[in-house]
Design a protein around this ligand. Structure first.
Ligand SMILES: Nc1ncnc2c1ncn2[C@@H]1O[C@H](COP(=O)(O)OP(=O)(O)O)[C@@H](O)[C@H]1O
Ligand SMILES: [Mg+2]
Length: 290
């Protein structure tokens, strides 16, 4: 089994490697740079002399990484090519594409009746200021492709909004504005594998951002059935076999704020007895048999 990742020594990749070894599976872990894609001669895709469409039975994609537009599009098209060659890729490239773009995933969830916050997206700082008022003058501005809470900013002052929006558009960022949902300093992360939430946690924070990577405390949670159904449905709509679904319990009920196709689980593992890496490997083995 392959693991394609930007961080081969990372905690999650190490967990996956150990989980594979327990089951006598040889892990093949690699970064993006040495991969070769070939057209009209073989092997069609290889890395360090390993033929990616023949020498491995399945491949796990960990964070697709930072990179130039060319690098990221090449990585994605290589994944599509491998999928067409018959390799089982988890998560599938289409799911990565849909979830990495917060606008894309939110529209799909909303179109299918799942609750999401009111959100506006534009390239224009003037229009963004209009939207700031439409959304009640208290918004969270996020990078369209961001993660780990990095760069997400809460703005409830029109002067600051104008200044920030101008700066973001000056650097050709897309302005992604979302109504602020009061959550009292905690939200829910549900970890979906296949058609189940295998573990979940409440993330408790001293401020409005509840990312564990920013210091929020993970607390074990028995997820109510209704929220489990919501998370599983969301993952299925985006095409994720594995997903980290972020849910805020707002004043008008639960809303999904985002869905991660490459979720880490170090924080979650610290509050659950379920061995998450084992669950992932067992799931992939069951998919290979199916
Ligand atoms: N609309 C919102 N209202 C209130 N808090 C939010 C909102 N959106 C995000 N947050 C907080 O910011 C954190 C990061 O936002 P999120 O959309 O999950 O992006 P990231 O990909 O950076 O994790 C969330 O975990 C949540 O605590
Ligand atoms: Mg998040």
């Amino acid at each position: 089994m392959g693991i394609m990742t930007r961080d081969q020594k990372g905690w999650c990749s190490t967990q996956l490697r150990k989980a594979m070894e327990k089951q006598n599976i040889t892990p093949i872990c690699f970064g993006y740079h040495p991969i070769i894609g070939r057209v009209n001669y073989t092997p069609e895709a290889s890395v360090n002399k390993i033929n990616l469409s023949k020498d491995i039975d399945a491949m796990i994609t960990r964070p697709i990484g930072r990179g130039s537009l060319e690098e990221i599009i090449f990585r994605m098209n290589l994944l599509h090519r491998l999928e067409r060659l018959g390799l089982l890729i988890i998560n599938p490239p289409i799911a990565i594409e849909r979830s990495v773009d917060k606008y894309c995933s939110l529209t799909i969830l909303h179109e299918n009746g799942l609750p999401v916050p009111r959100t506006a997206v534009t390239e224009s700082h003037d229009e963004a200021l209009e939207c700031f008022h439409e959304l009640g003058g208290d918004v969270v501005v996020k990078p369209l492709f961001g993660s780990r809470g990095i760069g997400a900013t809460r703005i409830n002052d029109p002067d600051i909004a104008a200044r920030v929006f101008r700066t973001i558009s000056f650097y050709h960022g897309v302005l992604y504005l979302q109504e602020f949902i009061p959550h009292g300093g905690s939200d829910i992360r549900a970890f979906v594998i296949g058609t189940r939430v295998i573990a979940s946690m409440r993330r408790v924070s001293e401020n409005w951002k509840t990312n564990v990577s920013l210091g929020a405390k993970p607390v074990h949670l028995n997820l109510p059935k209704e929220l489990e159904n919501l998370a599983v449905k969301a993952a299925k709509l985006i095409g994720c076999k594995i997903a980290g679904v972020d849910i805020i319990e707002g004043p008008n009920g639960p809303v999904i704020i985002e869905l991660n196709s490459q979720p880490g689980w170090r924080g979650l593992q610290s509050v659950t007895k379920i061995k998450i890496a084992d669950e992932i490997i067992n799931y992939i083995l069951s998919e290979l048999k199916a």
